[in-house]
Design a protein around this ligand. Structure first.
Ligand code: SF4
Ligand code: SF4
Length: 343
């Protein structure tokens, strides 16, 4: 792997250059409390220190809603709507969200290639950014706090800029045109990165790993936590819509007024919605709030062996954005029998 140094001033120049080459998205502060990846006009708006965005990066590859194809029932023809968007860069992706995208790759590319997702993935450049955890983060016990693949460049904060890991050929190509912005990594930078990682490690409220969680979840299906916590649940779906690894979608056909043409749309669905389990009949295979609630806990903690230990990367969004203050991390600790410094 190649390592370079970029000073803070040069990082802003680099982002300015990227903005001229491709659409640049980066975290910005969108309200007193919340951050989101937004399109960047002014690089001074980029937020380098944030904990989590309200919307996960997956939406750039798998949008909230999209037209898959248009149809003409008279001609009995379909017109594919595969995306033709240009290159884009997502700057400032934290390690857990990088793993989130790799989990989606395993589903949308490796298993059954999805042309809509893959086209955007081919055009999207991922630039990672180091971070410090807050009390909602548990990426360390999910082993997603550090990544060695899934990014083109990864920026690690050092005293006067960033130590940058180059992850792909694409990453080299991003830097090649700007040799004047790139410097050698010094011993001081390496020491800073080591101290940063140590400090980061000590800030997590949990230690160890949760590799055994899956088994405890499977064996404790009747745990009283489910009934107690699901009674508080509003079924709003925030926990799944903000999750970087949720993949469920629904489709609907929208006819035009002419009665002959129309389009098929797919849109994010949530296993927390009653309609998610509704099939022909109308039978509902998850008829109760508790059964839907339980499904999320089981689904998120099933193995995703090709990429990581679970479908949950420990970003903390589902707890942070839950209006009923249901604490996913604490509930998992209860089921797994794990001890923590705090919750
Ligand atoms: S965000 Fe909270 S209240 Fe809403 S569905 Fe998820 S667990 Fe239930
Ligand atoms: S389940 Fe919650 S903590 Fe885990 S990845 Fe999804 S939003 Fe993040």
């Amino acid at each position: 792997m190649r390592y370079i140094k970029m000073t803070t001033a040069n990082t802003y120049k680099f982002l300015e250059n990227l903005k001229d080459e491709a659409t640049l998205y980066a975290p910005t502060k969108i309200s007193e409390q919340f951050y989101d990846f937004t399109e960047i006009d002014d690089v001074d708006d980029v937020e380098f220190h944030y904990n989590r965005t309200i919307r996960p990066p997956r939406r750039f590859f798998y949008p909230e809603e999209e037209t898959m194809f248009r149809f003409d029932t008279d001609k009995v023809e379909l017109y594919e709507n595969t995306p033709r968007e240009g290159r884009f860069v997502i700057f400032g992706v934290h390690a857990c969200d990088v793993v989130g995208l790799r989990i989606l790759d395993a589903e949308f590319i490796d298993e059954q290639p999805d042309p809509y997702y893959k086209m955007r993935r081919d055009n999207g450049i991922i630039i990672g950014l180091s971070c410090l955890p807050d009390e909602y983060c548990f990426c360390n016990v999910r082993r997603t706090e550090f990544v060695d693949k899934g990014f083109d460049l990864f920026f690690h904060e050092v005293a006067d800029g960033y130590l940058v890991r180059v992850g792909t050929v694409q990453g080299h190509k991003l830097l090649d045109p700007y040799p004047e912005l790139v410097g050698e990594v010094t011993q001081e930078d390496i020491d800073y990165m080591e101290d940063f990682e140590e400090k980061r490690s000590s800030m997590y409220t949990l230690q160890g790993n949760w590799d055994s969680l899956r088994y405890f979840l499977e064996m404790r299906l009747d745990h009283p936590m489910y009934e107690r916590e699901s009674e508080k649940c509003l079924g709003c779906g925030n926990c799944t819509l903000t999750c970087p690894t949720c993949r469920c979608y629904d489709v609907k056909d929208v006819p035009s007024i002419d009665g002959k043409t129309g389009e098929r749309i797919r849109f994010w669905d949530s296993c927390q919605f009653r309609s998610h389990g509704l099939v022909a009949g109308p039978h509902n295979f998850r008829p109760t709030k508790e059964s839907r609630f339980k499904n999320r806990y089981q689904c998120k903690n099933a193995y995703c062996e090709e990429v990581t230990t679970a479908y949950c990367v420990g970003c903390g969004r589902c707890t942070y954005f839950c209006p009923a203050e249901i604490n996913f991390k604490r509930n998992l600790m209860e089921i797994g029998g794990y001890q923590g410094v705090g919750d």
